[in-house]
Design a binder for this molecule. Sequence first.
Ligand code: SF4
Length: 433
Amino acid sequence: MAGIFGVVSEENCIEDAFYGTFYLQHRAQEYCGMALDNSKTLENITHKGLIKQQFTKDIRNNLSAYSAIGVVSSDRQPVSGLSRAGGMLLGFDGNLINYQQLKDKLLKEGVSFDGYHNPEKVTDTIIVSKIISSELNFEEGVERLVNDIQGDFSIISLSRQSVYAARGWGRKPLILGKKDGTYAVSSESNSFVNTNFKIVRDVEPGEIILLDKEGFHTLKKINLTPVKYGTFEWIYTAHPASVIDGRSAVSVRKKIGMALAKRYPVEADLVSPVPNSGRWHAIGYSEESKTPYQEVFVRYDYSDRSFTPQEKEDRVEEGDRKLIVLEEIVNGKKIVLVDDSIVRGTQTENQIKKLREKKVKEIHGRIACPPLMAACRYGKTTRTDDECIARRMSVDEIRKTRGLTTLGYATVEDLEEAIGFPREKLCLECWGF
Ligand code: SF4
């Protein structure tokens, strides 16, 4: 999981590179890094932690660059490589399902890895960087990548005076933006809003792009099939302000909420999200059902997104601690509680318990996607198949064991309708399709 941002400008672009990456922080929180071309050298700076804490204003004041990339990620990035075309620094949002096979193949070819016995040291990004740098140039490297890997990706790479970008089969978003004399590429268009970039267009699946001071140049378009867009981006992962492949995350979320209200109508006093991820679905539900919108939990601002900590116990604890019930609002009420998804059901159980303790009369769960059945093989959301409660329990068993009055999930048809792509274009693997 990563957020990647690249920029090329006629002027010092450090602030654009920093803020463009900062607005992707919701995608990953463990590491951050920036690679810079200051017209003399390529410099790479990586840290553990949040980008705002590591690249402070004082630090940024001592940096300058005319092209740069920034990454927030769950592994240390950007990764440096040396190709026959020269030095490059790579940012990678993706996952290698056939990691071991790719590593063995590279070792057989004589590629060396520091600490190669340790998968934590030889990350997916390092493997990808070795694959790309084994070829003559970035385009050929990406061609080898798409031929060799199982998985999906978006990548950016910084070389002298230019940024390269490429997108795999579609699950990982990548979008282009521009403002006067400055060209950018980002995981999400949310990066462009407060940095005053205008969206140009999405990078298409299979497209390889060069950004330089003259603008964007498509270097190659590889025919990758089947194209599959990352459905969960619109439901949960992306920032609500992002527009992905022409579909705004906030309007998709509202439409799913409206579909839930039509599919599972119920008499209730109020509709509340599980914040923050259920918020826009809940607003859609409220608008459609004409039931007042009122949040029953306050999410404590200093909590992390609960899917980002690597350890399962940490995730459950973080999820548990982040929500505080507003007792005055919930006492004696019938509530529709809207969430983006249920993975293990542990957090749902704890939230319902908290609400029941505050004397809620009825709780009707509405979930913005179908029951999750499988781990994401592309690096998102659920961690293992076994963690998915829907593999072990029917919807009614989940309802009963979690203490819900009723429970309704969105269907694949609801997702197709809300997103506006037919199911063949949507990745639905985590729902077992
Ligand atoms: S399996 Fe699910 S989370 Fe993973 S890319 Fe597909 S839709 Fe997204």
